[in-house]
Design a protein around this ligand. Structure first.
Ligand code: ZN
Length: 698
């Protein structure tokens, strides 16, 4: 079939650019309530022409900045650049929002076609010499200009952003940088593809039902369905994907099979076959180091961390080291309990890595006798939602009211968020249930429009929460698991960060290791008795969840925290250790490197493998979380310490603390250095003790 290009499509439809303006809803004025995009009018064929028009306008706006005969000033260069691309910023969130939540094969075609165009468009801007020279001129005069703190930060961040993209390099160096970027990007993709292929390549087919002993019925059924799908009716198939292997390791009585599965899992992309990634990793760390040196840094971690809250590798190691000792103490205590359970059940030998999850379930079962199904009836979707609204109202005085406006997907519900005095703050969309094939996995919070300022007036944001929660079946309402409740609160925290935002400029973003503070702190309220009393009501009887059940669940959850934190910290060390190297040995042996830095240097027991080993550590080798895997626990320290401010005030809804959190953090985006914003809120640096208490690590 001949590939239909968008130009052909447009030609076939007989549309010229100016006709589009009338017929393309993405380019038209939106005379709608709250300026919401008319989602129902937006058709597939509207995207590409509108996006291209957006790019064209942004390019024209940038050309106008570059060709301005006046000398560069903060207003005609910095502010003008920050405001450029308004049309594209209006269209792109709609396209990516729908792509994530409700995609189609046709939409994926546009996505693939768009991706290289967008990269080239952004490269053209980042490498625009004339633009950079004007920004640099203003930057060099910054001390003489009368800028306020936010303006100064915008200028500095903008300049550094260009610098990080290589704007200050010589033409030869720029060429070299482009080469390195391309190579690294290719290898990262290769790494991810190897991992996908290798994870899918190994399967365990069981034909003897006795080998399933210990496995719950639902998991057996899933494994039987999986086997039948590939022509093995009447057998059971397991794989290395987490939803399959993790419960297998938790429940299967057959020790030898657990060993086999974990061994295959730990050796992914380490089997000297086509999917082997040892050499890929070697090259990736090599090229990243070369890039860092080209940019004037001694190693890759120094370069990456420069614009994070952590700032330096030393700060990251300080935190990891402080957590390591108490974590290992608890992990070793857990190991002793598991070993005892093994001995008590007359299993000979020493606890192995493949035994850990299995005996952990056994100990939890014996000690706490609780499972998630006992809690779900108290977590009806609507009740949990109202519980979150209640928390937000008590903290910030804000309200949420359902409104009948245009929505991005059929299943989305819209709410208007208003301030205590009735001022409109923004719109919140919620799209809660899974739609396999159309919605990507996981849960996230996105924007259909970010908060901005136009002619001195706040433009309210359109924020969305998208989840893959359990759908209601028949007339039974959707009942969430405790994990889903936590996720709902979490995403709502991100949503508040968006809805309450009140920032002047578009170019100041929140660093990765700070962005999870507003979301993770919200989780703390979800299981507070005062909050549970409001929302956790049995969906049939209306009875409030018994506190005893909650306490039991809480204790059971904490068991295993030593293991979970240890495997996480081990992976965080590994990620950092590769990227602080200032020379990469030609014969770098990844397995030996892991043993050296984890077991030999830090005393990790072999009973706990790192959460990811080098050949399948996609967070770091695939990019995205390179020298950044620590971020989760970094934010964990912040949210536990920040929540403690409420606890210390003696009221989890303390108005003074809440108002400070809103004013100093939620409203301010990236307006100030993240640590400074934290200090403004808390009055002192974050401490790790609240996190240790929260995880039961003290
Ligand atoms: Zn998050």
């Amino acid at each position: 079939m001949k590939k239909l290009t968008l130009l052909m499509l447009l030609a076939a439809l007989g549309l010229s650019a100016c006709q589009q303006k009338e017929t393309n809803p993405l380019l038209a004025e939106w005379n709608t309530p709250f300026g919401i995009p008319p989602f129902e009018q937006i058709k597939l064929e509207h995207y590409m022409p509108a996006i291209e028009e957006g790019m064209r306008q942004q390019k024209a706006e940038i050309d106008a900045i570059v060709n301005n005969p006046d000398a560069p000033t903060f207003a005609n260069t910095i502010e003008a650049y920050d405001a450029a691309g308004a049309l594209l910023s209006r269209i792109m969130p709609i396209f990516s929002g729908i792509s994530g939540a409700n995609t189609t094969p046709e939409m994926q075609v546009i996505e693939r076609e768009l991706s290289p165009k967008m990269t080239a468009h952004n490269d053209d801007i980042r490498l625009n010499e004339g633009l950079f020279q004007r920004i640099k001129t203003v930057y060099e005069q910054r001390e003489e200009l009368t800028l306020d703190a936010v303006q100064m930060r915008l200028l500095e961040e903008m300049y550094k952003g260009f610098e990080r993209s290589g704007a200050n390099l010589s033409p030869e160096q720029k060429e070299e940088l482009r080469r390195l970027n391309t190579e690294i990007s290719k290898l990262q993709t290769q790494f991810g593809q190897n991992m996908l292929a290798e994870t899918a390549a190994y399967t365990l087919l069981i034909d003897n039902e006795a080998d399933l002993a210990g496995l719950p019925e639902a998991l057996r059924a899933a494994a039987a369905a999986r086997a039948a799908k590939v022509g093995h009716e009447g057998k059971w198939l397991f794989g290395l994907d987490n939803p399959s292997i993790m419960p297998f390791l938790q429940y299967t009585d057959n020790r030898e099979l657990r060993r086999q599965m974990l061994d295959a899992y730990l050796n992914r992309c380490n089997n000297n076959n086509d999917n082997d990634s040892k050499e890929v990793v070697h090259q990736i760390v090599n090229l990243r180091l070369e890039k860092a040196k080209l940019m004037g840094f001694i190693n890759f971690a120094e370069m990456t961390l420069e614009n994070r809250m952590a700032k330096t590798p030393t700060n990251v190691y300080d935190l990891l080291d402080k957590l390591w000792t108490p974590t290992m103490k608890v992990a070793n205590r857990e190991a002793a309990e598991l070993q005892k359970m093994m001995n008590d059940t007359k299993v000979a030998g020493k606890l192995e890595a493949s035994d850990w999850r299995y005996y952990s379930e056994k100990v939890k079962g014996a000690k706490y006798a609780i499972n998630e199904e006992m809690l779900s009836p108290y977590f009806k979707h609507e009740n949990v939602r109202d519980g979150i609204f209640y928390v937000c109202n008590r903290l910030y005085g804000i309200t949420f009211t359902q409104v009948n406006v245009s929505v991005p997907t059929d299943e989305t519900v819209a709410y208007e968020c208003k301030d205590a005095d009735g001022t409109h703050l923004g719109i919140l969309y919620m799209d809660m249930f899974s739609r396999p094939g159309a919605k990507r996995g996981g849960a996230w919070c996105g924007r259909y429009r970010s908060q901005t300022y136009e002619n001195g007036k706040r433009v309210a944001p359109l924020v969305t929460i998208v989840c893959n929660f359990t759908r209601p079946v028949g007339d039974k309402p959707a009942l969430f698991s405790p994990d889903e409740v936590g996720t709902f609160f979490h995403e709502f925290g991100h949503a508040l960060h968006g809805l309450l935002s009140d920032t002047r400029y578009n170019g100041l973003s929140v660093p990765r290791d700070f962005v999870e503070l507003p979301s993770q702190i919200m989780e703390h309220w979800s299981f507070e008795p005062e909050v549970l009393n409001q929302y956790a009501k049995h969906y049939e009887t209306g009875e409030i969840i018994p506190q005893e059940l909650v306490d039991k669940f809480d204790k059971a959850e904490k068991f295993g925290e030593g293991f979970r934190t240890a495997e996480y910290l081990a992976a965080s060390y590994l990620d950092m250790d590769y990227h602080v190297l200032t020379a990469i040995p030609g014969n770098l042996n990844l397995a030996q490197f892991e043993i050296d830095v984890l077991n030999n240097k830090r005393g990790l027991t072999t009973q706990i493998p790192p959460r990811y080993r080098s050949t399948y550590f996609n967070h770091t080798m695939g990019g995205g979380y390179t020298a950044g895997y620590y971020s989760y626990i970094w934010a964990g320290v912040l949210d536990c310490d920040a929540y403690n401010a409420f606890v210390e005030a003696g009221d989890i809804f303390d108005k003074t603390v809440a108002t400070k959190f809103r004013k100093e953090i939620l409203e301010r985006g990236g307006d100030e250095d993240a640590m400074q914003m934290y200090l403004n809120f808390r009055g002192k640096a974050p401490m790790i003790e609240p996190l240790l208490d929260n995880r039961g690590l003290r």
